[in-house]
Design a protein around this ligand. Structure first.
Ligand code: 3NM
Length: 204
């Protein structure tokens, strides 16, 4: 990938009453121009997650880079392009041991201390958030605001992904604060194709 994608869509399995709707949303996001997509499933078991992931890979092929939330083993098993770990998952270096050198590794951070620590790891990108209040995550950390994005930018040269409460109205300000990319759940789920197109036009 020549430059880090401006828009990072997250497909959260819990938002879909039927799995077919999730696959449709993923295809719509790709039709809308998404090139980086994370599969997130906080309540699924490994079997279900692997099934979903393989199906996403089968349907979307190489049209999009696929990242698995939390589970390095399943990222590898599904042929995904990377894994994203949180502060309570495998440590970045343990996840790296599982995935090897060629898959991407992303790390979630929620304050500057965690960000500094993540910067020292082999992570390929670092996420900072929540930037704004969000209802898509259980027990979110305190919001870091745009100032948190600016501070994070000053602390790392790795690609910086901002997350949490980002929508089509505020996304430009997040990029202007120094993020390379915005990661979004809610505001790309209502009308996936149209919202992806809107975001990409705004972030152009
Ligand atoms: N992680 P929405 S905030 C999955 O702070 C996630 O690391 C966050 O969803 C963090 O775009 C968040 O709907 C939820 O606000 C993002």
């Amino acid at each position: 990938m020549n430059s880090w994608p401006r828009l990072y869509a997250i497909l959260d399995a819990s938002l879909f009453p039927r799995v077919e709707l999730m696959f449709d949303a993923a295809a719509d996001l790709v039709a809308g121009g998404i090139t980086l997509l994370q599969y997130r499933n906080k309540s699924g078991n490994a079997t279900e997650m692997l099934e979903h992931a393989r199906e996403l890979k089968r349907r979307l092929g190489n049209s999009v880079k696929l990242v698995m939330n939390d589970r390095a083993d399943l990222a590898l098993a599904a042929g995904f392009n990377g894994v994203h770990v949180g502060q309570e998952d495998l440590s970045p270096e343990s996840a790296r041991k599982v995935i090897g050198g060629s898959l991407w590794l992303g790390v979630s951070t929620h304050n500057m201390e965690q960000l500094r620590e993540a910067d020292e790891t082999s992570a390929d990108y670092i996420a900072i958030g929540p930037v704004f209040p969000t209802s898509s995550k259980a027990n979110p950390d305190p919001v870091v605001g745009l100032q948190g994005v600016r501070d994070a930018r000053a602390l790392t040269r790795k690609p910086l992904v901002a997350i949490g409460g980002i929508n089509r109205v505020n996304c430009r300000s997040v990029i202007e604060a120094g993020a390379d990319s915005v990661a979004v759940i809610s505001d790309v789920m209502r009308e996936p194709r149209k919202s992806a197109e809107d975001f990409l036009r705004i972030l152009g």
